[in-house]
Design a protein around this ligand. Structure first.
Ligand SMILES: [Zn+2]
Length: 237
C-alpha cells in the first residue's frame, strides 16, 4: 500500500441548483450532520476531483473501477484549506458522481474524459465561511489536492506490477507512453483547497501538465505545503 497524492483539480464555481437538487443535497448532508440543517444554513459547492487522464506528475492513471471507488469513498471525507492537517476541516464532501466532460477531451483519443465530481458543504454561521465562498466563487481558490492510497497497479505497456518490469513510467516506447494503471483505491483521505493565481486554462491543464507548466512559485508553495503532509501521513498507523 502506498501513499500518494495528486493535485491540480478544478473547482466548479457554479453554486446554483434546482429545488429538487437542493432537496436531494439536504437529505445527503443531513446524513452527515449531527443535528438537522436547513438549506439556508449551508454553502454548497462542487469540484472535479480527479479524472481518467494520465497524471503527468506521477504517471498514474485511474481505471474506471478506481474512479468509481473514489466516488464511493470520498463521501463523508473532509475538505481542508491550504493543506493544513493541523486545522479542523472547513467543509465536508457529501455526494459524488462520475461525469463525462466533452470540453476536456482525452488528448489521445479525443473522447470525453471521465471525472469524479464531488459536492461539499460548510456552515454559513462559522468563522471565515463567507470568505471561503467568496474566494471560491471569485476564482482565488481554484484547485484541490487529494490524498489517496492505492494497492497494486499495473504497467500500461506489459501489465506487470510497477517496478517489476523494465518500463519506466513517463517514458515513450515505440510511440506508446508508459504509465501505471491504478485499479484499486483503498482510501481517499481528504481533499484540500489550494490557492492558485492561475486562469481557467491553466487550471484545467493543471492535472495533466503540472510540474511542467507550473511557475516556480507554484512549485515552491506545493513543496512547502506537502512536506508536513507527508510527515503526518506516514505517522498514521
Ligand atoms: Zn512494463
Amino acid at each position: 500500500m502506498f501513499h500518494i497524492r495528486t493535485r491540480g483539480l478544478l473547482l466548479d464555481p457554479s453554486p446554483g441548483g434546482s429545488f429538487a437538487e437542493d432537496e436531494e443535497h439536504m437529505r445527503l448532508i443531513n446524513r452527515l450532520a449531527a443535528s438537522p440543517l436547513e438549506r439556508d444554513q449551508v454553502y454548497i459547492r462542487s469540484m472535479y476531483l480527479c479524472s481518467s487522464q494520465v497524471c503527468e506528475t506521477d504517471w498514474r492513471r485511474f481505471s474506471d473501477r478506481a474512479l468509481e471507488q473514489i466516488r464511493d469513498k470520498v463521501v463523508g471525507e473532509s475538505v481542508l484549506a491550504g493543506h493544513d492537517k493541523r486545522s479542523l476541516p472547513v467543509a465536508r464532501f457529501f455526494k459524488a458522481r462520475i461525469v463525462e466532460r466533452p470540453e476536456v477531451p482525452d488528448p489521445e483519443t479525443g473522447a470525453p474524459t471521465r471525472w469524479v465530481r464531488a459536492w461539499f458543504y460548510w456552515l454559513k454561521e462559522t468563522q471565515g465561511a463567507r470568505d471561503l465562498a467568496l474566494n471560491m466563487d471569485g476564482g482565488i481558490y481554484r484547485e484541490v489536492s487529494i490524498s489517496w492510497r492505492y494497492r497494486g497497479g499495473r504497467c500500461s505497456l506489459c501489465g506487470r506490477a510497477p517496478r517489476s518490469c523494465a518500463h519506466v513510467p513517463g517514458e515513450v516506447l515505440d510511440g506508446a507512453r508508459c504509465f501505471i494503471w491504478i485499479d484499486e483505491v483503498v482510501d481517499v483521505l481528504e481533499g484540500s483547497l489550494v490557492y492558485r493565481g492561475a486562469d481557467r486554462e491553466t487550471g484545467i491543464a493543471g492535472e495533466r501538465h503540472h510540474g511542467v507548466s507550473e511557475s516556480g512559485v507554484d512549485l515552491e508553495r506545493l513543496l512547502l505545503f506537502e512536506a508536513p503532509l507527508l510527515v503526518g501521513e506516514e505517522a498514521r498507523p
